[in-house]
Design a protein around this ligand. Structure first.
Ligand SMILES: Cc1cc2nc3c(=O)[nH]c(=O)nc-3n(C[C@H](O)[C@H](O)[C@H](O)COP(=O)(O)OP(=O)(O)OC[C@H]3O[C@@H](n4cnc5c(N)ncnc54)[C@H](O)[C@@H]3O)c2cc1C
Length: 265
């Protein structure tokens, strides 16, 4: 999936360097002039660091608010912290992951807004709970759209699952329809049970938001077998007759079935 993104970036003239560690920067008069890696010195006049984020929980910790094992603030389903009368939501709190059943750090605005609403209702005397997250996210790199939900393969292994995968190349519209663009869909399912664990989509216009169908399936713990005939819409401007999600579900189910026929007597 990542190779599609790399190739889109290279198509715009960007050089993508991987397996290479940044070790420092060269400066001249307070101005950056080069990025130094373990392999090269690359002249530059601008550096943008994308290193992920960590919750700034110093204030909470100093106030005696318990943090979870992830380092973010621990809250219950009503967004109550361990200190009476203090609620928390957003990037600084741990989220319950509905697939791995573990607490994770997942800084997304979609979660933060829902948590804010939940905490607000509770603070105002009402009753609301936040049922956890799947890590559903979309983004766009150049003209390539990317979507993900649930666990990736490495995350599935780390959560104790034994995953099988299915990858399907299709088009965003009927193949003959003007403007049909490539879309690649990857499903991750549990070996043996066929339980859906996660999904990723990389493609051009119209690709990313398809992840939401799979997010709903994941939310309801739908096995890939049940996705095979799910009633998705079709008309040539919007999808091939077999939506990429359906084809991917069929491939994922085949992977589960093939695996069963090899392992069961
Ligand atoms: C560039 C970028 C793009 C993003 N795009 C997306 C996206 O497309 N989709 C998505 O779902 N998420 C996206 N996110 C993530 C999303 O913005 C965050 O998850 C969300 O804003 C978190 O909300 P929050 O309220 O927890 O924290 P914030 O929005 O960071 O708000 C925290 C506030 O607290 C204030 N503050 C901090 N310390 C103190 C203090 N001591 N006293 C008083 N105030 C304080 C800060 O100034 C800030 O205003 C993006 C994030 C970035 C940085």
């Amino acid at each position: 999936m990542g190779a599609l993104i790399t190739s889109a970036m290279e198509g715009y003239g960007m050089e993508v360097r991987m397996e290479e560690t940044v070790t420092g920067f060269e400066t001249d008069g307070g101005q950056v002039t080069a990025v130094v890696t373990d392999q090269a010195t690359i002249p530059t006049d601008l550096v943008i660091l994308g290193l992920g984020v960590a919750p700034n929980t110093t204030l909470a910790a100093q106030a005696g608010i318990p943090l979870g094992a992830t380092g973010a603030i621990a809250v219950d389903q009503r967004l109550r912290t361990g200190v009476e009368g203090v609620w928390a939501g957003g990037d600084c709190v741990e989220k319950f992951h509905r697939v791995s059943r573990r607490h994770v750090r997942l800084p997304l605005g979609t979660h933060a807004n829902k948590e804010g609403r939940t905490a607000g209702i509770n603070i105002g005397g009402g009753y609301a709970t936040f049922p956890g997250v799947l890590g559903t996210a979309v983004t766009k790199i150049c003209h390539v759209e990317v979507g993900r939900t649930g666990l990736g393969v490495a995350e599935a292994h780390a959560a104790g699952f034994d995953p099988v995968t299915a990858v399907v190349d299709s088009t965003t519209r009927a193949g003959y329809y003007p403007g049909a663009k490539p879309i690649r869909t990857k499903l991750i399912a549990e070996r043996g049970t066929g339980r859906l664990l996660g999904a990723q989509i990389v493609g051009e216009e119209g690709a990313a938001k398809r992840i939401d169908v799979l997010s709903v399936a994941l939310w309801h713990e739908t096995p890939v077998e049940e996705l095979l005939n799910i009633d998705l819409s079709y008309a040539p401007p919007f999808s091939p007759l077999w939506d990429p999600v359906l084809i991917a579900a069929r491939k994922a189910w085949q992977a589960v079935e093939n695996d069963r026929s090899h392992t069961e007597p």
